[in-house]
Design a protein around this ligand. Structure first.
Ligand code: FAD
Ligand code: SF4
Ligand code: SF4
Length: 477
């Protein structure tokens, strides 16, 4: 074992410097600074180089974590980058926004007693350094192939698949209805978690690799799915899930009650320099804001409202803190930034004349576990209370759109949750040559799983094309 490693016994865990909450509240900048090289090396050296690395087992990409930590500790950063990018298309993004406390770091063995190795922060450091030093270069495939593939959706699943297929030499076109590349990385996730420049830098690299992007192009509206299938040797559907779940409560139609993604998209567009009338109407400045929900989307909303200058920000969640689906790290950040959590509370009605002025809510308590082991929530008979509010944001999760209808492909099979049904091994949908990956298959999930699915689907598309190539259309010259 090299002397450089196993330092966890003497050296404590240190994250990169986190900006003070008062400063964070005033802008949308990322909250963590970069590691400096000596600190990154020191933190990487805390790893005990486990024979069976549980960090890797619990990373959806099975990243080679102990090996790139060791290379970082030894200052061999270019090799660390080569290794980390071999299993992850966007390590600088995962390093920033994976819920590491539930994945790699939450399963680091030294966490019991010594606090985990700061895996995500080191991963981010390695790739940011690689970009700075010019080690991240556009792909030059070993051989160009005549066949083309069409990818619907420029989110992390579609982009990971696009990169993998381009590496294999295919002519890749990515279609997206948005005007920018990145999917939820651009229009969902706020800047303070993931700066848009980081996503744009990646998009430029993919474009320089020869991947063609057709933006402002909605499949099913601007181009028929049938045309796309005729145009390409294989098609990947990576369209994500966007239909917001609603609340059935009196007054839910009042002005000032908005779905979370509308609110976040407006804020992200403002951050990108596009201030529209919708964005102005959805701005939280001077308002009393109530966010309903307990997941990562709710955390992004409360923290955005704080930064926009809301008078107060409250988060209503029907379970308690221990049962929140959102990352505990994000809850802590929100609390530091002045968000008030109202645990065990659910909305009953929205009040106001034309516009919202308040939320009536009821206290809940946790009952007996159901068949899944999760405790049921029940309202307390005498637990009614009211909150004043000018803006209520509904962050209750997302469902898929009706894709067979949107694509005019009635034979496209879906599950009972309306996600696309795919063969688990081949990633192929019920339509021959049409594959699917990411949230549209899993339901709302994580970026790291979208990357994993995009990679796996790309490998299957390659096998499919190779097996069926005689019957396939070649890319137009
Ligand atoms: P998406 O990222 O949704 O991309 C789908 C793309 O398909 C979009 O660009 C869309 O415009 C395009 N599209 C859809 N239909 C069509 C069509 N008909 N024609 C053309 N294009 C189409 N995950 C994390 O790991 N960490 C986080 O911190 C985190 N925070 C989140 C915060 C919010 C507010 C939200 C909503 C999600 C968050 N997630 C987070 C989840 C993560 O963003 C998603 O799991 C991930 O982006 C899914 O990737 P995807 O490629 O499947 O879909
Ligand atoms: Fe951890 Fe995510 Fe990186 Fe995997 S990809 S090592 S889970 S931060
Ligand atoms: Fe290192 Fe922790 Fe992974 Fe073990 S589990 S290899 S200590 S990062």
């Amino acid at each position: 074992m090299p002397e450089r490693m196993l330092k966890f016994v003497r050296l404590g865990q240190e994250m990169p410097e986190k900006r003070p909450a008062a400063m964070r509240r005033a802008d949308f900048g990322e909250i963590y600074a970069d590691f400096d090289p000596p600190k990154a090396a020191a933190q990487a050296s805390r790893c005990s180089q486990c024979g069976v690395p549980f960090c890797s087992v619990h990373c959806p990409l099975s990243n080679n974590i102990p090996d790139w930590l060791k290379l970082t500790a030894e200052g061999r950063l270019e090799e660390a980058y080569e290794l980390s990018s071999a299993t992850n298309n966007f390590p600088e993004i995962c390093g920033r926004i994976c819920p590491q406390d539930r994945l790699c770091e939450g399963n680091c063995v030294i966490e019991k007693g010594f606090e985990a190795v700061t895996i995500g922060a080191v991963e981010r450091f390695i790739t940011d350094t690689a970009f700075e030093k010019g080690w991240v270069r556009p792909i030059v495939p070993r051989q160009e192939r005549a066949q083309s593939v069409g990818i619907i959706g420029a989110g992390p699943a579609g982009l990971a698949a696009a990169e993998q297929l381009r590496r294999l030499g295919y002519q890749v076109t990515v279609y997206d209805r948005y005007d920018r590349v990145g999917g939820l990385l651009i229009y969902g996730i706020p800047n303070f978690k993931l700066d848009k420049a980081i996503v744009a830098r990646r998009a430029e690299m993919l474009e320089a690799s020869g991947i063609e992007f057709q933006l402002n192009c909605e499949i099913g509206r601007d181009v028929a799915m049938a045309d796309l299938r005729a145009r390409h040797a294989a098609v990947l559907i990576a369209t994500g899930v966007y239909q917001a779940r609603d609340i059935a409560a009196p007054g839910v139609g009042l002005d000032g009650i908005v779905p979370a993604l509308d609110y976040l998209t407006a804020s992200n567009r403002t951050g990108l320099g596009e201030t529209t009338e919708t964005a102005k109407a959805l701005h939280a400045r001077g308002k009393r804001v109530v966010v309903i929900g307990g997941g990562d989307t709710a955390m992004d909303c409360v923290r955005t409202a704080v930064r926009q200058g809301a008078v107060s920000v409250q988060c209503l969640y029907r379970r308690d803190k221990a049962n929140m689906p959102g990352s505990m790290r994000e809850v802590k950040n929100a609390e530091e930034e002045g968000v008030e959590f109202v645990w065990l509370a659910a909305p009953e009605a929205f009040t106001g004349d034309a516009a919202l002025s308040g939320v009536r809510a009821v206290r809940m308590h946790l009952g007996l576990p159901d068949a899944t082991g999760r405790q049921a929530v029940e309202p307390l008979a005498d637990g009614h209370f009211a909150l004043e509010a000018d803006l209520a944001i509904k962050a209750l999760g997302f469902d898929p759109e009706d894709l067979p209808a949107a694509f005019a492909e009635p034979d496209l099979a879906v599950t009972r949750w309306n996600t696309l049904a795919v063969d688990r091994r081949s990633f192929m949908t019920s339509l021959p040559g049409v594959f699917a990956a990411g949230d549209i298959v899993r339901g709302a999930s994580l970026v790291v799983w979208a990357i994993r699915d995009g990679r796996d689907a790309a490998a299957q598309m390659h096998s499919y094309i190779q097996q069926n190539q005689a019957a396939m259309p070649a890319a137009a010259e």
